[in-house]
Design a binder for this molecule. Structure first.
Ligand SMILES: [Zn+2]
Length: 340
């Protein structure tokens, strides 16, 4: 496959970044860089590591051989950004590689660990979907799924005590499995959260978010930036869950809340709104009082070219039947707030 070399480069860089760039460099990365040195012709291949890291921050389309570039990668982005994986490289890693099981056979334990972490949410989702289809208690299973999904979106930080409290009575969701979606914060660690993009990290003395192209102003005095007070058992969503569940979930919940307000105003027209119906077949189902139903799925994509191949008709059988279906693409928050 022509994208194998590119994939090895992304996986190798992910391991490299996880180790904070400490020597020795991951085998996967060395292998990928050796290949890269032979393939790159558009620019002079850097002779030093610093030069190479600089090149990897530049838009991929300016230096990577076009014929080896997978079409799923938005090549306006670089592979690295401020010493970490760029947001597009992170998205590609989790969505196109780990999620699809595209891990090279010779991947190291670190890569396999990332794949396992990424699979932890899918494992819960799949087991719920299975019982949903075979059990006589679908309403409860659906309720518990929505509880979990909302919890992950609305609580990027939590504590072991809160997890026990919220999930102690769930019949189909195990508290420990939810706990595995989080990692422990260090004792007395200064933790920050952005209401628009979730947990922040410090880089070069500044707070940084997971998706700088959409949310990059994280000055500590802004009203949507909050410091999380450290307490015993404080936990933060793991990176992959933050990226794949919490971040896209923020516009999903915002739209849901706007619709709830509309429903309370126009309850004679909009009868019900269901979140993640059928254990996540799509994001929102709107039932109108004239018996018509709309299905809505939110896709937070910057590039329509990357989104297009992912668009398929929404599932519409049984209770999920709909008359109209919509893919909704969130615009930048400032514009959205103006629109509301
Ligand atoms: Zn933010």
């Amino acid at each position: 496959m022509k994208s194998d070399e590119f994939n090895s480069l992304v996986l190798g860089l992910a391991e490299f970044v996880r180790r904070d760039g400490r020597y020795p460099y991951p085998e996967l990365l060395r292998h990928a860089l050796n290949k890269l040195a032979l393939e790159v012709t558009a620019v002079t291949y850097p002779r030093t590591l610093t030069g190479l890291l600089g090149l990897l921050e530049k838009p991929v389309k300016t230096w990577y051989p076009q014929r080896l570039l997978p079409k799923e990668f938005d090549s306006d982005f670089g592979l690295l950004y401020e010493g970490g994986l760029s947001e597009e490289a992170s998205r590609y890693l989790y969505e196109e590689l780990l999620e699809q099981g595209k891990i090279p056979e010779f991947a190291t334990a670190a890569t396999k660990q990332m794949a396992i972490e990424n699979f932890s949410f899918k494992k819960i989702l799949q087991s719920l979907q299975e019982v949903y289809n075979n059990d006589n208690d679908p309403e409860r299973i659906q309720q518990e799924y929505v509880l979990l999904r909302r919890f992950l979106i609305e609580n990027p930080y939590t504590t072991s005590a809160q997890l026990r409290k919220v999930f102690s009575k769930t019949r189909y969701i195990d508290t420990q499995e939810v706990g595995e979606l989080y990692e422990n914060c260090q004792v007395d660690e200064l933790c920050w959260n952005c209401d628009r993009c979730g947990p922040l990290f410090k880089k070069y003395g500044k707070l940084r978010g997971i998706k700088p192209s959409a949310c990059n102003d994280h000055r500590q005095n802004l009203p949507f930036i909050r410091q999380i007070t450290w307490k015993q058992g404080l936990r933060r969503l793991k990176f992959g869950i933050h990226l794949r569940i919490c971040l896209p979930g923020i516009p999903e919940m915002r739209l849901f809340k706007v619709l709830e307000e509309l429903q309370s105003k126009y309850s004679d027209q909009l009868c019900a709104i269901h979140l993640y119906p059928g254990i996540d077949r799509y994001d929102l189902q709107l039932r109108f009082c004239d018996q018509s139903t709309w299905a809505v799925d939110i896709k937070d994509y910057r590039s329509p070219y990357n989104l297009a191949p992912k668009l398929t008709p929404l599932f519409g059988e049984g209770d999920l039947r709909y008359d109209e279906s919509f893919y909704v693409i969130p615009i930048q928050l400032e514009f959205r707030l103006k629109a509301i």
